[in-house]
Design a protein around this ligand. Structure first.
Ligand code: B12
Ligand code: SF4
Length: 547
């Protein structure tokens, strides 16, 4: 390793990088290569429309027609913010940066300081490709820095080795190919990152730092494992003098206490550990002190469970008279009048509801521990309290039939959530259902599957059916326009009503392109396009003119 700069001390010891966006054309190209009738492409097809002879996802359409460069990467991501806060607490000179276009100059300036370590977060990288691009970019900008990659991508790769789908030697080759100097292999990794930086500070051998892959005699070798556990609130005071925008994100717990059979998140994230409420309160007070913050997103997967803890947090927020609005995931089957009232009084603006299905049989196989009736009641209560809701559904899970899916459509028609979306079931070998694959006759992988009650083609058709037949709620696409875009756009001043009008106008064009009619005749392309342009013009004038 030639990064042991023990003598000269750089001002910046660690720069933590957030998400790198390779853009829709790249993404679409990869999916198209699988075939335009592949389930992957059919899934992506629900996320874009054609305009000016280009395939554009909804956010790109909005940017094109309002002259903006909006992107959710403008919101500070939790991983870089948290890691930086953790390192600073240990006295390490650390900063985080984003690839968001308007912040590129800042990123270049920070890289020009030749940070001792550049840490690349991989929260959303499902393949090594993006990490490779980020390493290349970093290497060119700051060849002296020690580049460290860690986080979920590393965890995924080691899982593939464990399950036998990736040979150890191929794993090593992948590490070579990504091109970093060190890889952190630990579910959390913040302490390991700190250990690496301290070691470099002292000019010591990196092979002594556990949980890493480091180069030894030209080959990546593993330094051995050591458990680590930390959970601390983010110290926003570290960023007092930095502009972070109107929408922040944080978490109040690690992992999730549930075990839904389609989801591997608890397995990746480990044991569910809640943050003590005094710590949450301290952190939220710091958020409140930031005058520009309008919205806060809690990324906790089950913010409202256990209910008593949730209630205490809401009461604490009300007592503090926080003025920011908040968003989170929510299990709506356990909400009642009292909770909805507290949510509303503490400024809850919107919730992501993992409804998944409106059919009792399918919900049982998913181990959602709820009933469609409880869902209906919960969604109606939230609506009555003026809280925006987004219902997320899965089409084609084992046990799914045309009939069970009709129950899902009926539930949405009755509950009328503000937004909804259905996705084809993704067969993930890490999810609990995979262990009962013989019971359900599951074959295939990813979006291409069959099981005892359905095949993926039928699942794709169900997604279209959902889009077509749910008429009293707005379809929310996934690519770059998932639930998180709502607090982001509202933080920019765009009203929920305008966001809805905009999405509905795009949905009309999508329906026309898919050849489906939603609750009436097929829309006329020319008038739908003109309506879309008109809405965008209004959004531009109201929110962005003169900025
Ligand atoms: C918020 C979120 C989003 C938002 C992001 C908005 C934003 N501005 O941040 C949006 C909606 C855009 C999004 C999109 C997607 N998401 Co998402 N998302 C999340 C969510 C809820 C929170 C992510 C987060 O901030 N986690 C908290 C951070 C702190 O955790 P972390 O990244 O693991 O980091 C910790 C460690 O891993 C470590 N670490 C991380 N990096 C590094 C680097 C180094 C060097 C070191 C030492 C340590 C380290 O340090 C951190 C502290 O311990 C998670 C679920 C969850 N609750 O985590 C899903 C999740 C990350 N998303 C997921 C997926 C699949 C997606 C999509 C691919 C979905 C899709 N099919 O389109 C897209 C991808 C988008 C894209 N264009 O590439 C998966 C990722 C699975 C994986 N990585 O293998 C998750 C885990 C959900 C799940 N289903 O299990 N997502
Ligand atoms: S779907 Fe949500 S609630 Fe269920 S296990 Fe996964 S993260 Fe937890």
């Amino acid at each position: 390793m030639n990064h042991s700069t023990g003598t000269k001390s750089p001002t910046l010891e660690c720069l933590v990088l957030g998400h790198y966006n390779l853009g829709f054309d790249y993404h679409e190209g990869i999916f198209r290569a699988k075939g335009s009738n592949s389930p992957d492409y059919r899934t992506l097809r629900m996320d874009f429309i054609s305009l000016n002879d280009r395939k554009l996802p909804y956010l790109d359409v909005l940017n094109l027609l309002t002259g903006q460069q909006l992107h959710w990467t403008e919101m500070p991501q939790v991983a870089p913010v948290y890691l930086t806060s953790f390192l600073k607490h240990l006295g390490i000179r650390a900063k985080f940066a984003t690839f968001f276009p308007a912040k590129r100059a800042e990123l270049s300036e920070l890289l020009s300081q030749k940070p001792r370590v550049v840490a690349i977060t991989t929260t959303l990288y499902l393949t090594p490709h993006v990490a490779k691009e980020v390493v290349k970019f970093t290497r060119e900008a700051s060849p002296e820095s020690c580049i460290v990659v860690g986080g979920p991508l590393m965890d995924n790769l080691s899982f593939f080795v464990e399950e036998g789908s990736l040979e150890e030697e191929d794993h090593r080759l992948l590490l070579e190919e990504i091109g970093a100097d060190v890889y952190v292999q630990q579910r959390q990794g913040e302490q390991t990152l700190a250990n690496l930086i301290m070691r470099l500070r002292e000019g010591g051998e990196l092979s002594k730092v556990k949980n890493c892959y480091v180069k030894w005699q030209g080959r990546f070798v593993y330094t051995g494992s050591e458990s680590e556990f930390t959970l601390a609130p983010i110290n926003w005071d570290n960023y007092k003098d930095i502009e972070l925008g109107e929408t922040l994100q944080t978490r109040t717990a690690l992992s999730c206490p549930f075990r839904c059979t389609f989801c591997d998140f608890p397995l990746r994230a480990g044991k569910w550990v809640p943050q003590d409420i005094a710590g949450v309160e301290r952190e939220l007070r710091q958020v409140q002190e930031r005058s520009d913050v309008r919205n806060l997103v809690f990324i906790d997967d089950t913010f409202n469970v256990p209910v008593d803890r949730f209630k205490t947090i809401l009461q604490m927020m009300i007592r503090n008279e926080f003025t920011f609005r908040w968003y989170s995931y929510l299990r709506c089957n356990v909400v009642d009048e009292e909770l909805c009232d507290l949510m509303s009084k503490s400024n809850c603006a919107g919730v992501f509801l993992g409804i998944e299905s409106g059919d009792l049989g399918v919900l049982k196989i998913m181990k959602k521990a709820t009933t469609p009736e409880q869902y209906l009641r919960g969604m109606k209560l939230l609506k009555a309290n003026g809280i925006m809701t987004f219902a997320s559904l899965i089409a084609g899970f084992p046990g799914e039939t045309q009939r069970s899916f009709d129950n899902t459509i009926q539930l949405l028609q009755e509950a009328q959530p503000t937004f909804f979306r259905g996705e084809l079931w993704f067969n993930n070998s890490r999810a609990p259902i995979f262990k009962s694959k013989d019971v359900h006759g599951i074959e295939g992988f990813g979006y291409k599957w069959r099981h005892n009650t359905m095949e993926w083609e039928e699942g794709c058709d169900l997604v279209i059916k959902l889009f077509k037949e749910v008429t009293d709620s707005t379809w929310l696409p996934m690519y770059d326009f998932d639930f998180w875009i709502l607090p982001y756009l509202e933080g920019k001043g765009v009203s929920l009503e305008d966001i809805k009008r905009y999405i509905n106008a795009c949905n009309d064009l999508l329906a026309e392109e898919l050849g489906v009619s939603r609750g009436g005749a097929l829309v006329d392309r020319a008038s739908a396009e003109s309506e879309l342009r008109q809405i965008c013009n209004e959004i531009r004038l109201k929110n962005f003119e003169g900025r």
